[in-house]
Design a protein around this ligand. Sequence first.
Ligand SMILES: Cc1cc2nc3c(=O)[nH]c(=O)nc-3n(C[C@H](O)[C@H](O)[C@H](O)COP(=O)(O)OP(=O)(O)OC[C@H]3O[C@@H](n4cnc5c(N)ncnc54)[C@H](O)[C@@H]3O)c2cc1C
Length: 432
Amino acid sequence: MSVGIVGGGITGLATHYYLRESGVESVVFEADDEPGGVVRSAEVEGRVLDFGPQRTRLTPSIRRLVESLGLDDELREASDPPLYVYRDEKLRLVPQSPREAVTTDLLSWRGKARALLEPLTGPAREGESVEAFLTRKFGSEVARYYFGPLYGGIYGSHPGEMPVEHSLAKALDGAGIEGSVLTSVARKVVSGREAPPIVSFDAGLQRLPEALAEAHRESVRLGTPVRGIRREGDRFTLETADGETTVDELVVTTPADVTADLLGDLAPESAAALRELNYNPQAVVHLRAETDLTGAGYQVQYDEEFRTLGATWNASLLDRDGVYTCYLGGSRNPELVERSDDELASVAAEEFEAITGHGARALSVRRLRRGMPAYDRSWAALDRVSAPEGIRLCTNYTSRAGIPGRIREAKATAETLARKESERETASTVTA
Ligand SMILES: Cc1cc2nc3c(=O)[nH]c(=O)nc-3n(C[C@H](O)[C@H](O)[C@H](O)COP(=O)(O)OP(=O)(O)OC[C@H]3O[C@@H](n4cnc5c(N)ncnc54)[C@H](O)[C@@H]3O)c2cc1C
């Protein structure tokens, strides 16, 4: 059996790696000259910058990948850093332990007391938004100042626009949607289970997809966009500028609009639905600053008059000399990404100074016109998407965004295909 993988981002490359490890023949087609997709790192003025994700959790699967790729010595680990939300003229500590939940000034005593009633509340209702769900469960303060900025802010969406079923339900993996979120958190605290550490690599996060591509480089075709997909009996032919390749199974990991173009003839209704999915445009501005800030960074509460969604303090988090990464735009200011580099640089630096009190200058300005999946109401269109037989869709619209989620889905996809391969072999042996 041969598998064609469209897209050499972290999902496509991890799928390829797991398939190859289990002896299944596969080939990756990546449009760009570099592997990694939105996971992209580079050096500017001698400093490592990441233009997409800044860090990942070192989950057991990622740890195993890092070890088998020989990347252990390049890992940078962050020690349990504090995180902040900016609201009412101040950075306020996000509680990450029961003790911090008592002492933080992010919430009033009344807000904290209301949150304790959560175990008495019911599960998510059909069509309920993240904001309505969290308000009903924890009260309006916790919804607006704690979960809202942390959850919606990461995607650049307003929680009032995000239906639970297409967003938070995936993040909580059932634990807090049907049952109580607080009870499940309390269980974790009592059992002493800790979240895996936050990590990156000396040369930035792109090191991971680079190493995955390198491990089986003979079958990773960079700079080779797939232009079309044809069905030939029960096989598929991929068209590229270099010629055609025919495979038995396909894994498509491209953003929704590209997938829609590629599946247009094979599954027109699914393609039309995929075109409806919103991604939030974002500008990523790296700043250089001398500060005494310690922590992971901050999210800006969405009622504040800032265009910055949040900032990562790479300097403190990952020991990156004076580097701070600001995300701007999102669903509230989608047109912001069209501004000039100079304008974006000064908005980011001015707002960083207003929020932290520290002056900064820009190192780099990048734009992600289709950045984070918005997981807003447009994602209801997913109900109308079904991949044709023999094609697996595998990326931010089939399961969770984020590197751990992507690796998990890649592994599961590769395992399913490997099982199919061994069933085929058994069947052909029996026939022979
Ligand atoms: C701004 C931002 C910040 C993030 N921060 C974090 C974070 O801190 N931690 C975390 O864990 N996650 C984070 N994420 C999420 C995480 O980065 C993504 O979920 C993940 O990288 C998506 O990987 P993917 O391979 O599924 O998709 P992509 O990276 O989009 O890969 C798809 C690939 O398909 C290729 N392609 C497109 N068209 C074609 C074609 N015609 N033929 C062949 N190839 C094609 C593209 O070039 C691309 O390489 C962030 C994402 C963004 C955008």
